[in-house]
Each structure stands twice: as C-alpha cells, then as structure tokens.
Design a binder for this molecule. Structure first.
Ligand SMILES: [Zn+2]
Ligand SMILES: [Zn+2]
Length: 247
C-alpha cells in the first residue's frame, strides 16, 4: 500500500518513504522501457521488461500526525536539545574565561558559530511558541532576555504544550525541525575541537563533568577514565534511557 496522508511523518516511515520514491522512479523507467520495447520490430524484441515490485515495508500510521513512537522521539529530542545547547553554551563561556581564549573574552571563531547557532535555535523555538500561542489564543510570549535561561524557558513551555502541538496538522515541519536540531547540536558537540566537554553523565559519579583529553581518552572530574568506545557506548545508552524516561 503506498504512503497515504495518514502515514506518520516521522523517521519510522523513513525507509518506507525511500522505498516508495525508488519504486516511483523505477515505475517511470519501466514505462519508458516498455515504450522502447514496443517500438522495436516484433522479431527483434527481447523479453518483455519486467515491472518493478512494490515495496512491502509496513507503513506506520500517524495518530493523526505522528505515531506514538515518533512523538516520543520528538519529545526526547527537545529535552536533549536543551541539555546539549546548555553544554555548548557552557563550553563557550568557560573558554572565554580561560587563558586560551581570544583577546579580552572575545569569542574564538568556532565559538562564533556556536553562538550564532544557539541564537538561530532560540529564534526557531520562540517562533513556534509565538505561533502556538496565537493558535490557542494564549497571551503573547513574555519578554525574556536572550540567553540560556530564556532558551530553557522556551523549551519548557513547548514541552508543556507538546502533546497538543503534535496533534496539530501544522506540526509536521516543527517535529522534523526538532529532530534536525538534535542531530545538528549533537554534531556540534562532537566536532568542536575547543569544546572538550562530553554530554554524557559519568558512569561512576553520574555528574556531567566528563571531558575529552588530548590523548583521545575521556576523563571525569572524579577521575573515571573512558576510552572512545566506552564513551560512545555510554552516550548511546544514556540517549536511549533519556528517550524512555521522557516517553
Ligand atoms: Zn512514526
Ligand atoms: Zn565521575
């Protein structure tokens, strides 16, 4: 059965969407092949071009926009964005005060991109907050000074409204954007060489104070050491846990 408008818009149907797109392309190619085949004189024709097979991947239905699993993923991603953004901001702030920073606290170039990204994130979050306030006839968003606290407030507000937002047909772009922001911020915490803080909680003391060292190991302030493999396994485990807790 092809993808219909009641299919979940989330990643659960990602493979099915790709399969159906490929099928559509193959169907087009098959129609052309049939035309070419018919144009040939009968005796020269090879075997009749075989039509492509329809994808058989199951389609998950939205309820009505997202299925429960993808709604949970979006909620977990929004939580994670708050944590990761705070971590990136803390990295910039910590670096500013440190001796390796630029002149008189001027942000290093890699930090400019973090600051810009967090600014863009804040703009995207509050845009949705404003739109949703309008949809629901809520009072307008209170004036907040931009910064980590304002971002946390905006995310907290959205999390409080999230169940209802995700039932709205207009939430498709928002949900996909949240997942995209999650990937983007994750990539930033990994790729920023100046930011040595890891987003994981230490498996020993459970604090978020694990840093990447120059030798490729990770070390917590409590002294616990992790190699890259252990660190990544811990990262995945905690992300899964996070998704379950916020489910
Ligand atoms: Zn889904
Ligand atoms: Zn520790």
């Amino acid at each position: 059965m092809p993808i219909t408008s009641d299919a979940c818009n989330g990643p659960c149907n990602h493979a099915a969407r790709n399969a159906w797109n490929a099928y559509d392309q193959a169907t087009l190619a098959h129609a052309n092949a049939i035309q070419a085949w018919l144009a040939q004189p009968g005796d020269d024709r090879g075997p009749h071009p075989a039509p492509p097979e329809q994808p058989t991947l199951p389609i998950h239905h939205g309820d009505p926009v997202w299925d429960h699993r993808c709604a949970r993923l979006i909620r977990a991603a929004l939580h994670e964005i708050d944590d990761t953004a705070a971590l990136l901001a803390a990295g910039v702030d910590g670096h500013r005060g440190g001796t390796r920073s630029g002149l008189n606290g001027i942000a290093a170039p890699s930090h400019v991109s973090i600051i810009d990204t967090l600014d863009e994130l804040y703009g995207a979050l509050t845009l949705v907050e404003d739109q949703w306030r309008e949809v629901r006839h809520y009072p307008p968003r209170p004036r907040r000074a931009r910064g980590s606290h304002a971002r946390t407030l905006a995310i907290g507000w959205l999390l409080g409204e999230l169940d209802d937002i995700l039932l709205h047909p207009g939430s498709v772009q928002f949900g996909l954007d949240v997942l995209a922001w999650q990937r983007r911020l994750r990539a930033m915490t990994k790729s920023d060489p100046a930011n040595t803080m890891s987003p994981i909680r230490c498996p020993r003391c459970t604090e978020r104070q694990v840093r990447r060292k120059d030798d490729g190991y990770y070390e917590c302030a409590c002294g616990r050491l992790l190699n890259q493999t252990e660190h990544d396994a811990e990262y995945t485990r905690q992300a899964d846990e996070h998704a379950q807790v916020s489910a």
